[in-house]
Design a protein. Structure first.
Length: 298
């Protein structure tokens, strides 16, 4: 009898993530400010990881596009144009999101100054991201098992759609909560007086002010994409349940490090981190289950 799998790993893994998130939310609800006081300490290593750590998560977009490409090509030549279009779109998504969230740091790396430097430097900063992601489709296309194209299409579509959905849900919730970030509070004379718990929401106060966009953590939305890694491993050649579990463990470690970094760098509270992880994970589970179930009945 086959045990229930959720995102290609045993259901106990799913419940473990859910339990950890709820525990963090409960602890954070009482001790958010104190935890940040104890852990907050900006470092150069932390700043580097905050800028480039999301790279590994965004690699999942072109990887998902590769699944769609291989699956659609296997379906027949009539899907050729669609296959190439989705592959290019998935690569663009990784470049676009990376440039949107971390482009400023890369442009500074290239010595670009808005209104003063040559536009060529701005283009070069975009190409920097293109180079970082362009190798992924070449590798993935060679590693994927094309014997079940429907499953490849389901996995690829689930990762892309869940990623876009989670990002938009998170952005909307940030406006609903408009919670002050810790890095903003510590610039005030009396930080604790302006501190608000996650449930003390002031909808649409934030506007375009990033200082009031703490809950839930958007970067944890990015980091939690890694929980889809076992699904990718499960559609490759020489797959095994052991490899899927190893990928899940890697995802958990990555999310934990990323979550600590968000608190350590004064960007988020513990409850922000746990809510961002929980919301994204549930979206990925719901979308992937829907697509994989559909692929089995098609």
């Amino acid at each position: 009898m086959n045990k229930k799998k959720i995102m290609a790993v045993p259901a106990v893994c799913f419940w473990g993530v859910i339990a950890a998130c709820f525990l963090g939310i409960i602890v954070g609800s009482f001790f958010d400010f104190g935890i940040n006081e104890a852990l907050a300490n900006k470092t150069d290593i932390g700043a580097f990881f905050a800028t480039y750590g999301s790279y590994f998560s965004y690699c999942l977009y072109p990887a998902a596009g590769s699944c769609l490409f291989v699956g659609l090509r296997k379906k027949g030549d009539c899907y050729r144009i669609l296959a190439y279009t989705l592959l290019v779109l998935s690569l663009f998504m990784a470049v676009y999101y990376s440039n949107s969230y971390n482009g400023k740091s890369v442009r500074q790396l290239f010595g670009y100054s808005a209104g003063q430097s040559s536009p060529i430097l701005s283009v070069a900063s975009w190409m920097f991201w293109v180079v970082l992601y362009s190798w992924i489709p070449f590798v993935m296309i060679r590693l994927l098992d094309d014997r079940n194209p429907d499953r490849l299409i389901a996995v690829g579509a689930a990762i892309l759609i869940a990623g876009i959905t989670a990002d938009n849900v998170n952005s909307w919730l940030k406006q609903v909560a408009s919670r002050p970030r810790y890095k903003y509070l510590i610039t005030l004379d009396d930080p604790i007086s302006q501190f608000r718990n996650w449930w003390q929401m002031v909808p649409n106060l934030a506007g375009g002010d990033d200082n009031f966009k703490s809950w839930p953590s958007g970067n944890m939305t990015i980091a939690s994409m890694m929980f889809s890694l076992p699904m990718l491993a499960n559609v490759m050649r020489k797959r095994s349940e052991r490899k899927n579990v190893i990928c899940f463990i890697i995802a958990c470690l990555y999310v934990l490090i990323y979550g600590y970094n968000r608190i350590h760098m004064t960007n988020h509270f513990l409850s922000d981190v746990c809510f961002g992880t929980l919301i994204t994970y549930l979206i990925y589970v719901a979308v992937s289950e829907a697509f994989l179930s559909a692929s089995k009945t098609d």
